[in-house]
Design a binder for this molecule. Structure first.
Ligand SMILES: Cc1ncc(COP(=O)(O)O)c(C=O)c1O
Length: 464
């Protein structure tokens, strides 16, 4: 690891301090306080040898560990497809908040998922995923991954170890899941998945978009790699599409190789006499470097620095916003459960949920000790099937009818006719996507206004 100047080392500080400060650096020209927006496609090399160092990742003079190289500078800054100083602030901040070794910012959540998995799997390989995942990821796996020769199989009963173990093959390269799948807020048992993954020398990759590191840090629960759609809570205001991959730095790549589970991007030298990424960067950083240099740089889903700037700004208030998002969701979910037009509420934080004990274990309880803190994206099923869903949705004003989750505004969508419309009816039935089910993403507006708005929608259901 390169040295960190003491004034930029935030290890040991609390979450709220780190979300504001990690990644910042002094601007020696003007002394600006906020890390500046570096809208630059490329970077000037100081001289011939500087160019050699940056391109080849090896010292042309002195050592790469020399104290004048600091991690607040993007690794091998050459061109903004591979790294950018503004995005680097966001990367360091997110890596710190997730408790990871290094992060790579990319252009969308979908880019994060595909780049994260393309670093591990290639044509002929296989991935095992939990069945309840974001609809777009299921489409990505079933369409593009299939075209690229990577098969994905789904575990339907994630609590059944036998089902997991029957799925894992010699060519399986990752286990994939989400912390809080939407729309049904059916939280997952990361400890269980981590122990299966460890038993088979497989990295556990977790999408923590809905959880966010303010509520759960998957690496602390045994995950090896975390992915995000930063479009959602991290940027926080619905302003920019983005994504990120966080390498926990915890996976033992050599142990996997020794049992025949090979990760050639990390372990194979690019040519005779050269060193592999694993040899160059060590187990803590090899995966992030392979993702950045060999997948993101090749395929090209770079994050715009402008979006990276919005991301670093958004993260500064993450924990504050999440407190409000979660407190309002708990109140709304409990209230919805008591309304006559509501058939059911899918929110693991409610004591009535079959997932409540798991939710309490991993997410903790609210201040009153009543609800678990399982985020702010959940489902409500209204009476009257699709007609009930239509009347309810059309009766709302504060909730925006739109695809999207996790920004300051409250949002609603009907998954059966939108995000999940392309799936076969039997898949949707197994996923619990029924005609009357709606997905809510609770924003930070006054909770009384949100409840009144939902009541207006339910009045329309009652009038059917
Ligand atoms: C859990 C989850 N992962 C990934 C994505 C994809 O992110 P993006 O829209 O930024 O590509 C989404 C989008 O809704 C999501 O909800």
């Amino acid at each position: 690891m390169t040295a960190v100047r003491p004034e930029y080392d935030w290890a040991g500080y609390g979450f709220d301090t780190r979300q504001v400060h990690v990644g910042e650096y002094a601007d020696r020209n003007h002394g600006v306080r906020v890390p500046p927006l570096a809208l630059s496609a490329g970077y000037v090399f100081e001289d011939f040898d500087d160019c050699v160092e940056r391109f080849q990742g090896r010292p042309a003079r002195g050592s790469m560990d020399a104290p004048d190289l600091f991690p607040q500078e993007p690794p091998s800054a050459i061109y903004s497809r591979q790294g950018n100083p503004t995005n680097s602030v966001a990367e360091q901040r997110l890596a710190s908040l997730e408790g990871g070794a290094e992060a790579v910012a990319v252009s969308s959540g979908q880019a994060a998922i595909s780049s994260a998995l393309f670093t591990l799997a290639q044509s002929g390989d296989h991935i095992v995923s939990t069945a309840s995942i974001y609809g777009g990821t299921r489409i990505l796996f079933g369409r593009s991954f299939k075209r690229f020769g990577i098969d994905v199989d789904y575990v339907w009963d994630a609590n059944d170890d036998a089902e997991w173990e029957a799925m894992i093959r010699p060519n399986t390269k990752a286990i994939y899941t989400e912390t809080i799948p939407n729309p049904r807020n059916d939280v997952t048992d990361l400890h269980r998945f981590a122990s299966i993954a460890a038993k088979y020398n497989l990295p556990l990759v977790v999408d923590n978009t809905v959880g966010t590191p303010a509520l759960i840090r998957p690496i602390e629960h045994g995950a090896n790699i975390v992915v995000h759609s930063t479009t959602k809570f991290l940027t926080g205001h619905g302003t920019a599409v983005g994504g990120a991959i966080v390498d926990g730095g915890t996976f033992d790549w050599s142990a996997a190789e020794s049992v025949g589970r090979s990760y050639p991007l990390l372990s194979k030298a690019p040519r005779a006499g050269a060193r592999s990424i694993l040899e160059r960067f060590g187990p803590e950083h090899a995966y992030a470097r392979a993702a950045r240099e060999q997948v993101v740089n090749d395929i090209g889903p770079a994050l715009s620095p402008f979006s990276g700037f919005l991301l670093q700004q958004g993260m500064e208030t993450l924990s504050l916003r999440m407190e409000r998002h979660v407190a309002s969701s708990q109140r709304i979910a409990a209230w919805l459960e008591t309304q006559p037009e509501v058939e059911s509420v899918g929110y693991a934080g409610l004591p009535s949920s079959p997932l409540f004990d798991l939710a309490v274990r991993d997410y903790g309880l609210d201040a009153s000790g009543t609800y678990a803190n399982t985020g702010s994206v959940f489902s409500v099923t209204v009476r009257g099937g699709i007609e009930g869903a239509r009347a309810f949705t059309n009766g709302l004003r504060v909730f925006s009818r739109m695809t999207g989750i996790g920004d300051t505004r409250s949002m609603i969508i009907h998954p059966g006719t939108s995000t999940h419309a392309s799936f076969a009816p039997e898949i949707n039935e197994r996923l619990g996507i029924t005609p009357g089910l709606l997905r809510l993403s609770v924003g930070i507006e006054n909770v009384e206004d949100l409840i009144a708005d939902l009541r207006s929608g339910l009045d329309q259901v009652a009038a059917l």
